[in-house]
Design a protein around this ligand. Structure first.
Ligand code: NAD
Length: 494
C-alpha cells in the first residue's frame, strides 16, 4: 500500500450506500438518506440509507428466516469454513480500497488503518473459520446408566452494533465468531463510519454466504439501533460503543425478550510509569503513541499517565517531545501519525473537556487547539494536561480524543489506588524493571488487559473485554465464541 496507490483512490466518487437485506441492496422504506461527512475536509462524501424501524425489522425477519431454514447453520462445518476463508481472502484482496474508503469516512490515519482495519478484519475472520470445526461438544462424567451430552448450539439471530473508530476490525470481532458458529447476524454500523463495513458485508455474499445470513442496516442509532435492541426476535446483542448506549441496550433487553447483551465500552486506562522503567525514552514514545494514535479514539487508549513523582517533570517533557514528533494531518497521507477527529461534535467535546480541566486546576502543557482549519477537517493538536487530580473530570471521564491527563504518584500503593479509582477497567500498563512489582501490578489493577513495558498491541489469540463499566464478555480469542452459542444438555437414560 504505497502513497501513489492511495492517491489514486482518494478522490474517487463514492456511491450511495443502501441497506443489505436478504442479499439485496435496498433503500430506506421512506426513501430517507443521511449525509456522510468526511472528517478530512468536512465535505459530503456520499449518503447512506437513513433506516427506519421497519427496515430494521425487515432485516431481522430475514435473518430469522435464514436461521430457521438452516441455509447456513445447517451446512457442514467444512462448508462454512470454506465460505469464511474465501471472505477473508476477498477482504485482503480489497484491502486498499476498503482502507481508503474507511479513512475517508472516519478519519483514522491510513498508516494505522491499513493494518488495524482490513488486515485485522481478514485475520479475525480467518481465525474463527479455522476454529469452527475444532469446537466440540462434551460428554459429562455421569453414572454408568446415564449419558450426559453437552451440545453447543448457535444462539440464532445476533444483533451487532458497531462504533466508528475501527469499524472493520471491531465488526469482524463480532461477525467472525457469530457466523462461524452458524448464527445469522443483523449488523448496525455507526452512522459516522458505515461505508467500509457495508462494503465488507457485500464481500461476504460474494464469498458465498447465503442471502439473509448477514443483513446490515444503516441509520441513526436512536432509530434502527433501538429497533434492534427492542426486537423480540434477536437472541443476543453484541455491542461496542459508549457507556450511555450500553445502558440503553440493557434497558431494551429488559423491556423486550431479555436477550443476552454483551458490552464493550469505554475506558480511562492508566499507563503507570515507575522510575525504574527499563527505558524511559522508549516509555515516553510509547505513551504518546498509546494515547494519540487515531486522535485518541481508541477504546484502550492510555489516557491517564501516572508517573512516579521523582521523574514526573523529566518524563512529561519526554512525552511532549515524542508528541511533537508525531505529525497531525491528512489521514490519507502515509506520513501522518495522527489523523482527524471523527466529527465536529466530537472535536467540540474534546475542547470542552480541556476547558473544564483548566477550571479544575489542570495545566495544559502542550497542544489543545483546533488546527488545520483551512482544510475544513476536524483536526486537533494533541494535548497534555498536568496536575490532574485523581477525582478531576479529566481523570474520571473518557474523552475519546487526543487528550492525556497526567498525575504524579508517590509509591506503588498510591499508583494502584489511583489506577483503580474510576468506574472503568478496560486496559492499562506498568513500566518497571522489577519483575515482582510488574506481576503485583498486573494482579492489583482492575482491568481487562494489562501491558508490561509496552502499551497497546495484541492479536486475535487473546481476549479483549472490560470489567466494571468498561463492559462484560470478551471479543477475540476462542473465549469470544461463548457469546454466540447456547449450551444444551442431553440427559439420556441408558
Ligand atoms: P456510541 O455509543 O455513540 O455509538 C456506538 C453505536 O451505537 C453506533 O452504531 C450507534 O449508531 C449506536 N447507537 C447509538 N445510540 C443508540 C441507541 N439508542 N440504541 C441502539 N444503538 C445506538 O459510541 P461511539 O461514539 O460510536 O464510539 C465511541 C465509544 O465506543 C467510546 O466510548 C469508546 O471507548 C467505545 N469503544 C469501546 C471499545 C471496546 O472494545 N471496549 C472499542 C471501541 C470503542
Amino acid at each position: 500500500m504505497d502513497q501513489d496507490s492511495i492517491n489514486a483512490l482518494r478522490d474517487q466518487p463514492v456511491p450511495v450506500f443502501h441497506h443489505l437485506i436478504e442479499g439485496r441492496h435496498v433503500p430506506a422504506s421512506d426513501g430517507g438518506l443521511m449525509d456522510v461527512l468526511s472528517p478530512r475536509n468536512g465535505q459530503v462524501l456520499t449518503q447512506i440509507a437513513d433506516g427506519t424501524a421497519a427496515d430494521m425489522n425487515a432485516a431481522i425477519a430475514s435473518a430469522r428466516a435464514a436461521f430457521e431454514d438452516g441455509r447456513w447453520a445447517g451446512q457442514a462445518p467444512a462448508a462454512r469454513k470454506k465460505v469464511l476463508m474465501k471472505w477473508a481472502d476477498l477482504i485482503d484482496a480489497h484491502a486498499l480500497e476498503l482502507a481508503v474508503l474507511g479513512v475517508r469516512d472516519n478519519g483514522t490515519e491510513i498508516s494505522m488503518a491499513r493494518k488495524a482495519e482490513p488486515g485485522s478484519a481478514a485475520a479475525t475472520i480467518r481465525y474463527y473459520a479455522e476454529a469452527l470445526d475444532k469446537i466440540y461438544g462434551e460428554i459429562a462424567t455421569t453414572s454408568s446408566d446415564i449419558l450426559g451430552l453437552i451440545h453447543k448450539e448457535p444462539v440464532g439471530v445476533v444483533g451487532a452494533i458497531i462504533p466508528w473508530n475501527f469499524p472493520m476490525m471491531i465488526g469482524a470481532w463480532k461477525l467472525g465468531p457469530a457466523l462461524a458458529m452458524g448464527n445469522s447476524v443483523v449488523l448496525k454500523p455507526s452512522e459516522t463510519a458505515s461505508l467500509s463495513l457495508m462494503r465488507m458485508a457485500d464481500l461476504a455474499l460474494e464469498a458465498g454466504l447465503p442471502p439473509g445470513v448477514l443483513n446490515a442496516v444503516t441509520g441513526a442509532g436512536a432509530v434502527v439501533g433501538e429497533a434492534l435492541g427492542l426486537s423480540m426476535d434477536v437472541d443476543v446483542l453484541v455491542f461496542t460503543g459508549s457507556g450511555a448506549t450500553g445502558r440503553r441496550l440493557m434497558e431494551y433487553a429488559a423491556k423486550s425478550n431479555m436477550k443476552r447483551v454483551y458490552l464493550e465500552l469505554g475506558g480511562k486506562s492508566p499507563n503507570i510509569i515507575f522510575a525504574d522503567a527499563p527505558d524511559l525514552d522508549e516509555a515516553a514514545k510509547v505513551a504518546a503513541a498509546g494515547i494519540f494514535r487515531n486522535a485518541g479514539q481508541v477504546c484502550v487508549a492510555g489516557s491517564r499517565l501516572l508517573v512516579e513523582a521523582p521523574i514526573h517533570d523529566e518524563f512529561v517533557a519526554a512525552v511532549a517531545r515524542a508528541t511533537k514528533a508525531m505529525q497531525v494531518g491528512d489521514p490519507l497521507d502515509l506520513a501522518t501519525n495522527i489523523g482527524a477527529v471523527n466529527s465536529e461534535p466530537q472535536l467540540q467535546q474534546n475542547l470542552d473537556f480541556l476547558r473544564k480541566a483548566e477550571q479544575e486546576g489542570g495545566e495544559i502543557v502542550r497542544g489543545g487547539a483546533r488546527i488545520l482549519q483551512e482544510t475544513g477537517g476536524y483536526f486537533m493538536d494533541p494535548a497534555i494536561v498536568t496536575g490532574v487530580a485523581p477525582d478531576a473530570t479529566l481523570a474520571q471521564k473518557e474523552v475519546f480524543g487526543p487528550v492525556l491527563a497526567v498525575t504524579p504518584f508517590d509509591d506503588e500503593d498510591a499508583a494502584v489506588r489511583m489506577a483503580n479509582a474510576t468506574v472503568y477497567g478496560l486496559a492499562g500498563a506498568v513500566w518497571t524493571s522489577n519483575l515482582s512489582r510488574a506481576h503485583r501490578m498486573v494482579r492489583a489493577v482492575r482491568t481487562g488487559v494489562m501491558h508490561v513495558n509496552t502499551y497497546g498491541g495484541a492479536d486475535g489469540t487473546v481476549p479483549l473485554g472490560g470489567v466494571g463499566q468498561s463492559g462484560n464478555g470478551a471479543d477475540k480469542s476462542l473465549h469470544a465464541i461463548e457469546k454466540y452459542i447456547n449450551l444444551k444438555t442431553a440427559w439420556i437414560k441408558l
